[in-house]
Design a protein around this ligand. Structure first.
Ligand code: ZN
Length: 132
């Protein structure tokens, strides 16, 4: 593990939340739609900190159900890893559950996986191997 890659925050509307983060000094570093997760994301950058705002794009988006159950707020924390497949194998060997058997494609060409909440102690943890 190398660093906190970003902190994911679930929002109903990215546009509605941008004024707050802009007031805190964040700049929009990129926007993307991640089809596999049915979300639209905006990455906000300030002083080496990255925030990922996640807005649902479909009624069956996992972010939509999160918002329905818990409202807007902290959704996950993402750690950067060098080799996601090796990390997934190690976690499984140690008995931790993952949400998928294979890495999935995330934002910016990254490969990501999530640790199952039952193994995460109440925290949804994403692992991300940067794109080439
Ligand atoms: Zn994320």
């Amino acid at each position: 593990m190398r660093a906190v890659e970003h902190i994911g925050i679930a929002v109903r509307s990215i546009e509605e939340r941008l004024p707050l983060y802009r007031a805190l000094g964040f700049e929009v570093g990129g926007r993307e739609e991640v089809g596999s997760e049915k979300v639209r994301v905006a990455f906000l950058l300030a002083a080496g900190t990255r925030i990922e705002l996640l807005e649902p794009t479909a009624p069956d988006s996992p972010i939509r159900s999160f918002l329905t159950k818990r409202g807007e707020g902290m959704h996950h924390i993402c750690f950067q890893v060098d080799d996601i497949r090796a990390t997934m194998t190690e976690l499984r060997t140690k008995g931790f559950r993952l949400l998928s058997d294979e890495p999935r494609s995330g934002a910016n060409g990254s490969q990501v996986c999530f640790i199952h909440p039952s193994s995460g102690g109440g925290v949804l943890i994403e692992l991300s191997q940067p794109g080439e």
